[in-house]
Write a protein that binds this ligand. Structure first.
Ligand code: ZN
Length: 283
């Protein structure tokens, strides 16, 4: 089998309320580790993984996409990054080359780029025409049903076309989905959030997604107020961080403006980041 190829790139950065990103943690504490602007907004990235393994070309998460109107994006303050197709193109991939789109969950900043407006017509089409779209069964059923609490994040135009495409594949359980690519399923942030755990060149990489969005979210109670069930998030982080610390995994952050990766150490306060480094240093 040929070796895995993997890379990480930022689709775009955006701004979001700092208080909402840190839940019950007071601003006097989080502002020491995360800078905010005059409107209390902080910057998050949208990093995606592109992986070649066992004949698959796998894209992990797709950013916001561009289907919503100008008013919607005015609140998101998109800036910087390589773009979704730009980042792929720079690494030698056309949209048709992607065989699998892995969506950690269906919140708009993670799945929006999977579906585009149909060129020269009405309606929508898949951004990656040859890809199978992987979503956990729990998340799919939860998002389609929708709920008031997550309604701003579960947008019909991002979700329903995936189901109608005939290219949706539902993931039922944890374990290996592609060669060297396993999945942990979580329920605290949103039911059925999938966390990829990837074996690469003797190392184990965890793409922590919205379970641990930035390095500042490693302490167990530093969690987003977006989480549906905080206590589950705490349990899931505890389980993942313990295993990651014991087995020397590398955490890869989707949303951290400044830190792409870290390893872990045990401190009197619990498990914390040890060394912070770029993804390129892993390769
Ligand atoms: Zn989310």
């Amino acid at each position: 089998m040929t070796a895995m190829k993997i890379d990480l790139f930022n689709i775009a950065s955006f701004r979001i309320d700092g208080g909402a990103m840190f839940g019950v943690i007071p601003r006097v504490l989080w502002s020491r580790v995360c800078s905010s602007d005059e409107n209390n907004l902080i910057v998050l990235t949208l990093r995606s993984l592109i992986i070649e393994s066992g004949g698959h070309v796998i894209l992990v998460d797709t950013g916001w996409g561009d289907k919503q109107n100008e008013k919607f994006f005015r609140h998101v303050y998109l800036h910087g990054g390589e773009g979704l197709s730009g980042g792929l193109q720079k690494r030698g991939y056309k949209p048709e080359d992607v065989t699998d789109v892995f969506l950690t969950h269906l919140h708009a900043d993670h799945c929006g780029g999977a579906v585009v407006r149909r060129k020269g017509g009405s309606g929508y089409e898949m951004a990656f025409p040859n890809a199978t779209y992987h979503v956990s069964r729990t998340q799919w059923e939860w998002a389609v049903k929708n709920n008031l609490r997550e309604a701003d994040s579960f947008l019909e135009e991002n979700i329903l076309p995936i189901g109608q495409s005939g290219h949706l594949s539902l993931v039922d359980e944890e374990g290996e989905l592609f060669p060297g690519f396993s999945v942990m399923i979580c329920y605290g942030h949103t039911p059925g959030l999938m966390i990829p755990i990837i074996s690469y060149n003797g190392k184990t990489l965890v793409y922590t997604g919205d379970l641990i969005p930035t390095v500042a979210h490693i302490p167990l109670i530093w969690n987003m107020s977006y989480d549906i069930e905080s206590l589950k998030t705490i349990e899931e982080k505890e389980r993942l961080l313990r295993e990651a610390y014991e087995k020397n995994y590398i955490l890869v952050f989707q949303h951290d403006e400044n830190v792409e990766c870290c390893n872990l150490e045990m401190t009197p306060k619990g498990i914390r980041a040890k060394d912070r480094f770029s993804f390129a240093e892993i390769l």
